[in-house]
Design a protein around this ligand. Sequence first.
Ligand code: NAD
Length: 472
Amino acid sequence: MLHRNLVGGEWVDGERRANVNPARPGEVVSEYAEAGPDTARAAVEAARSAQPGWARTSVAERMAILDRIGATILGRAEELAVLLAREEGKLLAEARGEVARAGQTFRYYAHQLLQPQGEVYASTRDNVHAEVRRRPLGVVAVVTPWNYPLAIPAWKVAPALAYGNAVVLKPAELVPASAGELAGIIAGAGLPPGVFNLVLGAGRVAGEALLTAPGVDGVSFTGGTTTGAHVARQCLAHGNKRFQLEMGGKNPLVVLDDADLEVAVRCALDGSFFSTGQRCTASSRLIVQAGIHDRFVAALVGAADTLRVGDPLDPQSQVGPVVSPQQLAQNLGYVAIGAAEGATLAAGGTSDGQFMRPTLLTGARNGMRVAREEIFGPVSCVIKVGDLDEAIAVAADTRYGLSAGIVTTSLAAAERFKRDARAGIVTVNLPTAGTELHLPFGGTGDSNHGPREQGGYARDFYTVPVTCYTGW
Ligand code: NAD
C-alpha cells in the first residue's frame, strides 16, 4: 500500500518512506511519498486557485459532498479501523470508535450548513439594515498529531470545507496511511480539484513550508505545546495568519473522600491508561483526598496490574503499544525522573519491546517534573491532598488547562469544581477523556490558543464575520 500527496487533484510522488506497526516493529504497514517544501507550496497554490469557486458552490452541493465523505468513511469502517490500529497502535475497538467519529463528523458539518449562518441587528439609524454575515477564511493549513489519525483531521477538515475554505492537510509523520485513505475518500466524493490537498511530509520541512507560505490564510494546529508556540510565531511573522492551537495537557482527576471507590478507580484507569495514555485529555495527575487515598491507591494498583497489554488486533488486549521507540524512551525516562524526585513506583514502570506496563507513581508532589510536564504515555502520578480547597488549588497549579475531572458524591463539591476548575473541559464522575462531537472542545492556558473546535463553535475559526450596513 502506497500513499502519495494530493495536489490540485493529482497524486504526487516523493521520496518513499516506510510506515511501521508499533506493535510489531518489523512490520511495514504501508509506504508513503514524503513531500518536500515545493510540493507543500504547490498544494497551497492549488488551494488558492480552487477556493473562490468552492466558496460559491451551493449549500446543497457542499452538503451532498460532505455527506458522501461521511457515508464512505462509515461504509469502510472496519477496513479503516484495522489500518488505524496497525499504524498507530490503538486497540481495534478504540479505532472503530474513532473511524465512526470521523464519519459522523463529516455528516454533522453537512447538516450544520442548515443552521442560521448570520445575525440581523436593529440599526440605531433610520433606514439602515444591519447584519453580520460570514465569509470563508480562505486557504487553511491543517496540521495534526499522530494520536487521532482520522478523528482530528476530520474535525478540522469537515468544518473547513463546509464553510467554503480550501484545505491543505499535513498529518503527523507516524500516521500517513489513515490520512492517505481519508484523502482518497475526499477526492472521490466529487470535490473540485485543489479544494482539498494532502501533504505527507516532515513537520520541519513540509509543515514549515505551509506556515511560511503567503497563500495560507489560517493554520489549525493540534500537537505539542512547544510546536504550537512555533506555529504561532511563524503565523504572525508570515502574513499575520489566523491560527488556532490545541496543545498538550497535564489533566487532573480529583478523588474526594466521599467518592464511590469503584467509579473513582474506573475513571482513573480509563483516563490514565486507556489509549496507552496517549491522549491530550489523559488523567496524568490523580489528586486524592487523604481519607480515601490508601484504599484508592491499593485498588488502582490492583486494577492496573491486571490490565492486559498487547497487540491492538487481539480482542483480549486492553492497552496497546507505545507509538514509537522515542516516545517509549521518553516515558521510561520520566519513570526514572519520578523515582529520582522521590516518588514511589507503585505499578508498572517496565517495558517489553514497544509495550509498556501501566505505570503509577505515588507520593508525588505537584512541584515534581512528573506532575508538571506532559509525559504522553501510560504513566500517572498520585498526589495526596487534605480537602477540596487544596484539591482545586493543586489541580489549577499547572501551565496547562485542557480537561479536569472530579469523582465525588457531593453535589456541592461537583458544582464548586465545575465553577472553579481552570480547564476547558470539566467532568464529574467520568474520565477526563471522552468528548462528544457536537460540543465545543479546547483548553485554557498553554493547552490552547484561539477559538474552540468541534460543534457549532468550529465556525468561529473557519469563517470571518463581516458586518454589513445597508441604507436606503
Ligand atoms: P507534535 O507537536 O510533535 O506534532 C504535531 C504536528 O506538527 C505534526 O504533524 C508535525 O509534523 C507538525 N510539526 C512539527 N514541527 C513543525 C514545524 N516546525 N512546522 C509545522 N509543523 C510542524 O505533536 P505530536 O507528537 O504529533 O502529538 C502529541 C502532542 O499533541 C501532545 O502534546 C498532545 O497533548 C497533543 N495533542 C493535543 C490535542 C488537543 O486537542 N489539545 C489532541 C491530540 C494531541
